[in-house]
Design a protein around this ligand. Structure first.
Ligand code: FAD
Length: 478
């Protein structure tokens, strides 16, 4: 261990980012402490990825078993399909507790000191922790800040946690109101619309921008809207924002035109999920002691994850995960944690965000890696290359046909001159798994010309991408 310090590395926040950094640091021979004010595992394990995916697993099966048409195609006939809301909620809670326990045990096994309390830096190498038993000070050669994020609640919206709530409450599935308004059509809003409609709720989805799912590639958003929104009778209102939301029975929602901010409609619903994004946790962290100013709350970092103060790295201080706003996903947080530790150990490493995939775990799923077509074209304009794209469809894939799940498409975006893969977007069965091949290809900056010759197992859904790569390679003069 580094002489003169209590630890080689101290980490504030035991979410996926902090936890991933701790495990990697131990494997590099560092003595590590991790400070956590709340539940071990942070957002992902307790209020994010894990409980939402557990709810999606249960509600997805309810949807499938109730989808008589789909099952009849496979020759299956079922009686009435019922579910128990409490048991579904319990299933999610049980998984959360198990994973939280596993994570805590793994840190114990690795001799990571877990300190429960609020951590604050007193310098780039000193932390004070407010614990139950009073204040504790520790020193470390390096400090990683991994305090994560919390739901963003726009002004004018009152959260009571019962009738108006964020994903923090929604993952507990304490009730199933008949009519729920969902504010925001990002991946969290979409996943909950999937859960709620499968379990019989009526949904109104409200999006401030002119298009639903504004962060997805426009072709994918259009198709996903045809499959995930229209047939489920989800009412949509785009170009309007929730100016005021008052909890109660009913919940009152004042909708205003996004551009003029004039109130255009007042809705009365049974409940409202506010899924309007997330904000970093960067207050009361002691950042001022090292001269760091946040940008819209995010802690500025360079490509090595070093914290920046007026553009210059603060030696020995690092920030990873949602708090730096680079890419607010669990696997991005842990990749950043590993990169920070590598840099601490003197092995230079940067995170390649272009090759980090993302997914919405709806039924069917949406996934993507790299650029959307408009973003790729924008880059092409500035760098002087042309962009092309091809789409293949699940309805032409033999495995999808055998499964009776033919909704979906894969879109491949590439440079016309070199064939370099720039982005891949998939909407369809198991899209979140299928995207990994494309992520690996983008990490290698591979071209469709090479990818067209990779052999895929037949019959598998992966042939949707195989066909797209082949068509792209055949279509261009690269
Ligand atoms: P967090 O997980 O937020 O952890 C930060 C931890 O730091 C918290 O435990 C907090 O208590 C602690 N902390 C904060 N300040 C202090 C302090 N001063 N002292 C001590 N402790 C402190 N991502 C995916 O990749 N896939 C998904 O499917 C997915 N689904 C999601 C679903 C929902 C509903 C939500 C809300 C998020 C989802 N995410 C998903 C996003 C993912 O959860 C986050 O990107 C990820 O948790 C960020 O990890 P982190 O380590 O940066 O922060």
């Amino acid at each position: 261990m580094t002489q003169g310090f209590d630890y080689d590395l101290a980490i504030i926040g035991a979410g996926v980012g902090g936890h991933g950094a701790a495990i990697h640091a131990v494997s590099c021979g560092l003595k590590v402490a991790i400070i956590e004010a709340g539940d071990m595992g942070g957002t992902c394990v307790n209020r994010g990825c894990i409980p939402s995916k557990a709810l999606l697993a249960a509600s997805g099966r309810v949807r499938e078993l109730r989808n008589a048409h789909h099952l009849k195609t496979l020759g299956i006939q079922l009686g009435n399909v019922d579910f128990d809301r409490g048991a579904i909620a319990n299933h999610a809670n049980t998984i959360v507790s198990k994973l939280r326990g596993d994570l805590t045990n793994s840190l114990k096994r690795l001799n990571v000191d877990v300190i429960q309390g609020w951590g604050k830096i007193a310098s780039a190498q000193k932390i004070t922790v407010e614990t139950d038993k009073g204040e504790k000070t520790i020193t470390a050669k390096d400090i990683i800040l991994a305090p994560g994020s919390v739901p963003f609640v726009p002004p004018g919206i009152e959260i009571d946690g019962k009738t108006v709530f964020t994903s923090d409450d929604a993952v507990r599935l304490e009730s199933l109101p008949k009519w729920i308004a969902i504010i925001g059509s990002g991946y969290i809003g979409l996943e909950f619309s999937d859960i709620y409609t499968a379990l019989g709720c009526e949904i109104t989805m409200i999006e401030a921008l002119d298009q639903l799912m504004p962060t997805f590639d426009p072709d994918i958003a259009k198709l996903a809207e045809r499959v995930l929104i229209a047939p489920r009778d989800i009412e949509t209102k785009v170009g309007v924002l929730a100016k005021k939301i008052i909890p109660g029975s009913p919940v009152i929602i004042e909708l205003a035109d996004f551009k003029t901010k004039e109130v255009v409609e007042v809705l009365e619903v049974d409940a409202c999920l506010v899924a309007t994004g997330r904000v970093p946790v960067s207050k009361n962290l002691g950042l001022e002691t090292v001269g760091v100013e946040t940008m819209r709350g995010y802690i500025p970092v360079n490509d090595k994850m070093q914290v920046l103060a007026t553009g210059e790295p603060v030696q020995n201080l690092w920030a990873i995960g949602d708090v730096n706003g680079k890419m607010m996903l669990a696997h991005s947080a842990s990749a950043q944690g590993i990169a920070a530790v590598e840099n601490i150990c003197g092995r230079p490493r940067e995170v390649d965000y272009l090759s980090i995939p993302a997914a919405a775990f709806t039924h069917p799923e949406i996934s993507y890696v790299g650029m959307t077509e408009p973003a790729a074209k924008e880059l092409g304009k500035t760098e002087g290359f042309e962009v092309a794209s091809v789409k293949t469809y699940f309805k032409g894939n033999s495995k999808a046909i055998a499964e009776g799940e033919t909704d979906g498409t894969a879109k491949v975006i590439y440079r016309k001159d070199t064939g370099e893969l720039l982005g891949v977007h998939i909407f369809g069965l198991h899209a979140s798994d299928l995207i990994q091949e494309a992520a690996n290809a983008i990490a290698q900056r591979d071209s469709v010309n090479n990818l067209a010759f990779r052999v895929h197992t037949h019959p598998t859904l992966s042939e949707v991408l195989d066909e797209a790569f082949k068509r792209a390679a055949g279509a261009g003069s690269h």
